[in-house]
Design a protein. Sequence first.
Length: 265
Amino acid sequence: MLDDFVTRAVLAGLGAAALAAPLGCFVVWRRMAYFGETVAYSGLLGVALGFLLGVDLTLGVIVTAIAMALLLSGLQAQRAIPYDTLLGILAHVALASGLIAANFVSGARLDLMGYLFGDILAVSRADVFWIWGGAAAVLAALTLLWRPLLALTVHEELAAAEGVRVRRTETAFILLIAVTVALAMKVIGILLITSLMIFPAAVARPFAKTPEQMAVLAALAAALAVAGGLFLSLKLDTAAGPSIVLALAALFFVAAVPALALRGR
């Protein structure tokens, strides 16, 4: 079954949706969109280093993304530079470093467009297994972290008073973001990966009554957008990653109409 490239693309897309969307709810609640984007931009450096060192590219991206996430977490406490400014600086330094490192790759074809904007139609069987294995691991970890992470999101000081280990929980969360970015990168690309976390959460938010409902609805919205984007890509011969993002945007605007109507009552 996995020999059909369309089947592999659909399975990879659904796995990325299941992986990114529930985690994206916390990214939205905790206002960490720029954090995720900065980690994503480091992915290209991981790809180039993977080629240069002769290691698995997915593993290279995971290691680089985790290193960037830990660096950002460590710098969060400093007060000399506003944190959003620091995120913007490091994001573009990481992307530029990746582009420069890509120039030194020899003996291998580094498809920059594929990594920057995704190439879901070219995913391999190994990519599918990486994505679904990662999705299972990330969702299992997120289930264990759900209550303490939710408590931290609502009120950090109160959560700490109730026994939540703040530093450990936050570190685990940013590691999950790093792994998610690394695994979903092949589906939608380094420059567009955060859309797979933010858009589904934004679509689900007006209709969810509980955080758990929002996570489930976000995953369903992401899966629907992936299927719609792939269909659009195959029909119109357009790039799959941007097509998925446009499908996500269409879902967001469709969801916004009834949400605004309900709010107006």
